[in-house]
Design a protein. Sequence first.
Length: 283
Amino acid sequence: MDSQPRRPFLTGVIGEPIGHSLSPLIHAHWLQQHQIVGHYVPLEVTRSDLAAVVNLLPRMGFRGVNITIPHKESVLKICDSVSDQAALIGAVNTLTILDGEKIHGHNTDAYGIIQSLKTESQVEGTWKAEDGPILVLGAGGAAKAVVFGLISDGAKEIHIVNRTREKAELIKKEYGTRISVHSRPALEHLVSKMQTIINTTSLGMEGKQSLPFPYDELVAKTVVLDLVYAPLWTELLREAKKRDCTVINGLGMLLHQAALSFKHWFNILPTVDVSLREAVLSK
Ligand code: NAP
């Protein structure tokens, strides 16, 4: 008797809304590149349905899923276990199903940001978090992953500016003296002293206000990274480019965090290459 054909591997992304997500395109590219028969399914799930849907994933045959806005924090308490990194960041963006039944949470955003900085700063291979002071704008979920990544890579001096100062103070409480918290007017004298500046706020996104920033204080060669990827080239990056800064958009982080998720599911770290970037940019 013929043996049963192997079922395609199932992965996906859970969020609300999910229609805009680039993840299905990114993962389909790697599934095809590695000749893995499988599907990556976008799943629009409301807050009230999250626990029920996540708990069904093992029985539905999923190998794992990504978790995106607005569920990255609330999914923590649904997991059977989480990585130390996800627990410290307080957010999960990748689930893997262990032994066909247990739900394990990871966070791959911190890896994504550091890989993006290391591979895309013009001095490729030489950017290190420990090399100079870093300014982080924002203190939301993405900022927590960014600060974790920077501290793990050896950052000695991180300055945080956020509209809601208390949220920045909470991050400082976690990491101590390597973090300083400032209010917005301090930007005027901080910006020129930074090795790297990272915008983790949603300001500058399509449909949002622009980021208030003292552009004339920017010094040439400063590395400026904006997590926003819609649009790809924000006002912050355009102004920084005019002043000869090294500019990096949010696409690299998006691709690298996805690569580590793929590795969690298939034990293959796929490459973030030009053909993938072109496929995403042409969407
Ligand atoms: P979040 O938790 O909601 O945090 C939003 C941040 O933006 C907070 O610091 C918030 O300040 C600030 N903010 C929002 N509106 C503001 C306003 N009108 N004035 C001043 N500050 C404002 O969101 P998140 O998950 O951290 O995501 C933040 C951004 O990062 C989004 O654009 C997201 O698309 C992007 N992101 C990109 C990647 C990637 O792979 N490239 C990954 C993750 C996130 P308060 O604390 O004062 O509210």
